[in-house]
Design a protein around this ligand. Structure first.
Ligand SMILES: *[C@@H]1O[C@H](CO)[C@@H](O)[C@H](O)[C@H]1NC(C)=O
Ligand SMILES: *[C@@H]1O[C@H](CO)[C@@H](O)[C@H](O)[C@H]1NC(C)=O
Ligand SMILES: *[C@@H]1O[C@H](CO)[C@@H](O)[C@H](O)[C@H]1NC(C)=O
Ligand SMILES: *[C@@H]1O[C@H](CO)[C@@H](O)[C@H](O)[C@H]1NC(C)=O
Ligand SMILES: *[C@@H]1O[C@H](CO)[C@@H](O)[C@H](O)[C@H]1NC(C)=O
Length: 321
């Protein structure tokens, strides 16, 4: 996937040449007309002139943390389908930032698609808050997962189904395990667009090249960064100790959130590298202790360090693959 950026860039240049040719033929009134079918293409080419990294978040608290960090210098914005895309620079490089609606995560996927259609992207960076499933994580830690499992794809089986699903409601009866009319839930795999075809996958892998860049960040400003963990992602918000333990024990997932899988599948579809920074804001166990401000502020610290490393000149062999 490291190659994707440069392939897309070549395509962008070719597109720009074609559309500029067409623009030369079109009259000025035609170019300005909102009804002109070329309009979209012209708009896109304007944006395509530059290749940018995208940062996507799905909460106001994330946007606030990003603003407060002061790392981003916005210089323009474009509104598309109700989403505001801020263009600007970080350490002199062009970035586009968007705070997407979520709930359900399909909204995030739509934002991903707009991003990929509208900008010549070099990759996608997501950050936000997440719940901890792993007891060795604390509020304020930042997880950089390597695998994302979509744990909201359920086939809900009846009681006494010949083949029970992994989540058996009877095992959660209180005060004693037993039978339960809710039966069981079988977890299905995601359909992911990988290398030109759709494949069934339970785990979606974060871009290894980017993960490697992030792996050397162990601590930033006394924020603990945890690498190589798995994340559960689903539209269901988890704040229940029994289900928290079930997810951790069954899938060995250490954090849970709602947006990551949409970002991952959107990045795969567009053959773009991507990475996730999930700041721990709560324990997903019914406790009302929560600090999204801290989780996002810490995620931004790690994001900042990652961007510094990402923008370092890379050995030529890396680029030319
Ligand atoms: C963040 O900064 C941008 C650009 O200055 C501004 O438009 C936006 O309203 C700010 N967001 C928040 C949540 O403060
Ligand atoms: C896509 O194909 C390349 C080359 O065959 C391979 O190295 C890469 O691992 C594949 N990507 C995925 C996500 O399977
Ligand atoms: C839980 O987190 C700890 C500390 O980060 C890690 O070493 C351990 O492997 C994690 N457990 C699982 C199942 O991933
Ligand atoms: C939730 O987990 C945290 C951290 O392990 C713990 O301190 C807290 O007591 C737990 N709360 C509940 C309601 O189980
Ligand atoms: C969140 O954490 C910050 C930094 O530790 C602290 O100043 C703030 O009071 C906390 N907020 C809540 C709601 O606990």
């Amino acid at each position: 996937m490291a190659v994707a950026g440069s392939r897309r860039m070549i395509w962008a240049v070719e597109m720009a040449v074609i559309v500029m040719g067409l623009m030369a033929m079109a009259s000025p009134t035609m170019q300005l007309s909102m009804k002109n079918p070329l309009q979209g293409a012209v708009q896109k080419i304007n944006d395509l002139g530059l290749s940018v990294y995208a940062i996507i978040v799905t909460a106001t608290s994330s946007e606030e943390a990003f603003n407060e960090s002061g790392i981003f210098n916005p210089d323009s914005s474009v509104v598309c389908k109700g989403r505001t895309f801020l263009l600007g620079t970080i350490y002199g490089r062009k970035f586009v930032f968007v705070n997407s609606p979520d709930s359900p995560a399909i909204n995030v996927a739509i934002t991903m698609e707009i991003l990929a259609d509208k900008f010549n992207l070099l990759g996608i960076i997501y950050f936000g808050s997440a719940g901890a499933l792993n007891d060795s994580l604390s509020i304020g830690n930042v997880a950089v997962p390597n695998l994302i499992g979509s744990t909201g794809l359920w086939t809900w089986q009846p009681i006494n189904a010949p083949k029970e699903g992994l989540l058996k409601f009877g095992e959660f009866n209180y005060p004693e395990k037993g039978e339960n009319w809710l039966g069981s839930v079988q977890y299905d795999r995601s359909t992911a667009y990988i290398n030109g075809t759709f494949k069934e996958r339970f785990w979606i892998r974060v871009t290894p090249e980017w993960q490697k860049i992030a792996e050397e960040i162990c601590e930033v400003d006394s924020v603990q960064v945890v690498h190589g963990l798995r994340i559960s992602s689903a539209d269901t918000y988890v704040n229940n100790e029994a289900y928290k333990n079930f997810l951790y024990n069954t899938f060995k997932t250490s954090v849970v959130d709602k947006s990551s899988v949409a970002v991952a599948l959107g990045a795969y579809t567009n053959e773009l590298p991507f990475i996730l920074f999930n700041g721990v804001s709560n324990y997903a166990n019914g406790s009302d202790v929560k600090n999204s401000t801290l989780a996002n502020a810490n995620a931004v610290k790690v994001l900042n360090r990652f961007i510094q490393r990402l923008l370092l000149p890379v050995p030529a062999s890396y680029d030319d693959e």
